[in-house]
Design a protein around this ligand. Sequence first.
Ligand SMILES: Cc1cc2nc3c(=O)[nH]c(=O)nc-3n(C[C@H](O)[C@H](O)[C@H](O)COP(=O)(O)OP(=O)(O)OC[C@H]3O[C@@H](n4cnc5c(N)ncnc54)[C@H](O)[C@@H]3O)c2cc1C
Ligand SMILES: NC(=O)c1ccc[n+]([C@@H]2O[C@H](COP(=O)([O-])OP(=O)(O)OC[C@H]3O[C@@H](n4cnc5c(N)ncnc54)[C@H](OP(=O)(O)O)[C@@H]3O)[C@@H](O)[C@H]2O)c1
Length: 582
Amino acid sequence: MAGDKPYPEVPIGNINHSNAAVVIIGAGISGMCTAIDLVKRNNCRNFVVLEKSAGLGGTWHDNKYPGCCCDVWSMLYSYSFAQNSAWTREYPGQEEILRYLVGVAQEYNLYQHVRFNSTVEDATWDEEEKKWQTRVTVASGSKDAEFNPEYTIRSDFLVSAVGQLNQPSWPDIHGVESFEGKTMHSARWDWSYDLKDKKVAMLGNGCTSAQIVPEIVKVAKHVTIFQRTPNWIFPRMDKPVSPLWQTIYKYVPPIRWRKRAGQMDYRESFYDAIYDGNSDLAQLCKTMHQQKLETELPSRKDLWEKLTPNYNPGCKRIIITDDYLPTLGLPNVDLETRSIDSISGNKVKVKNDDGEVVDVEPEFDLLVCATGFKTVDFMHPIQMYGKNGRSIRDIWKDGAQAYNGTVVEDMPNFGMLYGPNTNLGHNSIILMIESQSRYINGLIKPVLDARRSNQTLSLSPKSSVIKDYNEKLQKELLNSSFNDPNCNSWYKNDAGIITNNWSRTVIDYQEQLADVNYEDFEVEGSGAEIVRKKKVQHVGRVKEETSVSDRTLLVLGAVSTAAVVGGFLMRNSRYLSGVRLR
Ligand SMILES: Cc1cc2nc3c(=O)[nH]c(=O)nc-3n(C[C@H](O)[C@H](O)[C@H](O)COP(=O)(O)OP(=O)(O)OC[C@H]3O[C@@H](n4cnc5c(N)ncnc54)[C@H](O)[C@@H]3O)c2cc1C
Ligand SMILES: NC(=O)c1ccc[n+]([C@@H]2O[C@H](COP(=O)([O-])OP(=O)(O)OC[C@H]3O[C@@H](n4cnc5c(N)ncnc54)[C@H](OP(=O)(O)O)[C@@H]3O)[C@@H](O)[C@H]2O)c1
């Protein structure tokens, strides 16, 4: 049957609708990166990307709320292999990031592989066939559902690229579902709703809320922010990138490389600030926060204490902003710090210090839930059944864990991106994703090699390897600011185990994943010999930090400028016609 051994070449044809070498779940930054690496590193074009949205981009497709932007510089929040000289701002906005990702997808011909409106419900490992059977439902109401509303696709390898922040978390507040005005989650913004003259209740004051509030106060009549816990705030200092600089980045790549490397160096050096509450950098964060309160809210001393956290910087994500605090001083903005009791009709009820429940004025038209995501339930709500029918929910009953954040016990030929313990508080997630994509492609390689020679191969991480890895990781996290008992965050599960964050720097992580050691895996199948012969696959890492001196950079800059000028003159020889060689 089509899709079996050996694989048909590109593209996936109609006859292969339910067979592929590799299935990737999710077409965000992770899914796209894995797909690109499949082609570049494994010469594999027999793959399908299943995406439940109607477009790609993941986070940057979903989060269209007013003011949505990135808190990592544009030059660093982009793929190392698809650097962009044309960013219009130092910090990119959501629309520009989405445009960038669409451009990358077009450049690498990814669209032919992506099936939109396609939701993965569950996946089951077929031990005999050594294949995954992934069950997909197609969005009802879409034309594609008229062909096949539900089907199962078989693959030799399955990749989860569903992210950590894509399932909205709604607040568990009595009466929230019966609010009589309009309700929106920040990650499901309804742009058809006119904010003009509306009274808005904003639940939450995290990074998302801090981006929305300064934008909506410009239109809405009144905004009340309901804050449970204050956050540390750090300056953003965003500015446009001029056309001149865009041209320089385009035509003198070493300058662009140096800028990216400098940003990487800076961000990595910031690791101490978010990891160690006693570090000088953590102290600097506190000082900067206080300075911002004094300069941006000089006449609102009454708010300073309410806005100052009692936990270490980094325990929650630091908010990088220059317009949130000034907004809190506006006459049409209230900061409400009493705890919410319930919602009834158009009213939000709060508890006074003495326990009395009172209504907050005014009555609201719109309730915005900037209340984050279901983060510790990795891959929610997908069900997975691995070896011996073991379910991933059972494996993770005490908290999600994965070796290198990518591979899970009893889940053969399966890899995850942005999985357990791979989130960062100090640097760009894309750097982590690129490492994971290389590593997972290093696992996919022998599986494809086996199938191409009519053999089977399955690789699942040894439980002892996962145990050792996780014990070491959790020990490191124990001493980190993420574990500060004075704060709760989406990094920890109910038992207080930090399931989401990585414990060290990005470079440490990149080095950890630079080699795929097949001895870390249980190996089964007729193709087992392939990995017994080649025990380690070096996949390397992208060296992002500064690695050349200014002098070398100058030479490289001069050479590339000369090449560009030379190329221009060759194509426009009329400029040379007046030049005579003696
Ligand atoms: C508002 C916001 C701002 C952020 N800003 C930053 C930042 O400044 N710096 C930073 O480093 N990180 C930031 N992040 C984190 C961001 O999520 C990552 O940087 C990155 O975009 C993750 O990409 P991903 O592809 O792994 O996941 P996602 O972007 O979440 O993509 C996952 C994809 O999988 C799809 N999917 C999920 N379940 C299924 C299913 N069952 N079937 C089919 N498809 C499915 C989803 O629809 C989605 O398209 C931010 C996150 C948010 C929410
Ligand atoms: N690049 C950026 O600038 C940027 C922008 C947006 C998002 N992000 C990423 O996305 C992540 C999520 O950010 P987010 O702001 O969407 O979510 P979040 O950080 O999880 O914040 C959720 C907010 O909602 C509050 N909340 C939750 N449940 C509540 C309830 N029942 N009652 C009252 N308040 C409630 C939380 O209060 P408590 O603090 O008390 O729990 C918190 O203030 C960030 O950590 C970051 O990684 C980044």
